[in-house]
Design a protein around this ligand. Structure first.
Ligand SMILES: C[S@@+](CC[C@H](N)C(=O)[O-])C[C@H]1O[C@@H](n2cnc3c(N)ncnc32)[C@H](O)[C@@H]1O
Length: 206
């Protein structure tokens, strides 16, 4: 059976960025949330599944440092080709985000996940994900989760999804996180089909 990493590599190898079913030319919904975090331009930001998103370009241009993770080496290679090695501003990681993160990661101020978490469907994967998130993020840091909402499509990239409500995201991040903002956003994919997302931003307390 094809591995999850191979599945994603095959998609990135076969598809140009603008044809990917989640391609965003404009990352305004994410930037709207970031603007609510004082001093976000000085942050170290973790991208749980960076893909080939132009969000990375926008964040680097703003002055942030990035930890760029993805399960797909093909996606990261394409992103590296575009962004260059980035010196100290970029830390590359290629792993399944449901598995324990390496202990030598820089302290994370902001964790951003757009359309990655919802691909984890087994309970132990979801728990592994939130364990990583809680341990990597510093106290006072923020997490932005942007996932297919309950009204969203049941599948993407040929995979079944776990879709989220704001209530479930709040429950999953846990009691030490407080909700900063939350909104619904309907993304139009390259075929013009509506894909409803829930965006939720949390701050980690003590
Ligand atoms: C729908 S794409 C979204 C990419 C990017 N976040 C964006 O908004 O354009 C999902 C991404 O998550 C990555 N991915 C899927 N499962 C993953 C996992 N378990 N761990 C890490 N990355 C994963 C895929 O390789 C892909 O790049």
């Amino acid at each position: 059976m094809e591995s999850n990493a191979q599945h994603w590599d095959d998609i990135f190898d076969a598809t140009e960025d603008a044809r990917l079913g989640w391609y965003e030319k404009d990352v305004a919904p994410t930037l709207t949330m970031l603007e609510m975090i004082p001093g976000w331009e000085d942050a170290t930001i973790f991208l749980s599944g960076a893909g080939t998103s132009v969000l990375a370009d926008a964040l680097l241009a703003a002055g942030t440092r990035l930890v760029l993770n993805d399960i797909s080496a093909a996606a990261l290679d394409r992103l590296k080709e575009r962004l260059g090695d980035g010196g100290n501003a970029m830390h590359w990681l290629c792993q399944d985000i449901s598995q324990p993160l390496p202990p030598d990661l820089p302290a994370i101020d902001i964790w951003i996940d757009r359309a990655v978490l919802h691909f984890l469907t087994a309970e132990e994967e979801i728990e592994g994900y939130f364990k990583n998130l809680r341990s990597a993020l510093r106290v006072g840091g923020h997490v932005l989760l942007a996932e297919f909402s309950k009204d969203g499509a049941p599948k993407c990239a040929g995979l079944t999804l776990h879709r989220y409500s704001a209530e479930e995201l709040s429950e999953r991040v846990g009691e030490s996180f407080s909700l900063v903002s939350c909104f619904d956003h309907t993304y139009l994919n390259p075929n013009g089909d509506p894909r409803p997302y829930i965006y939720a931003l949390y701050r980690k307390g003590c």
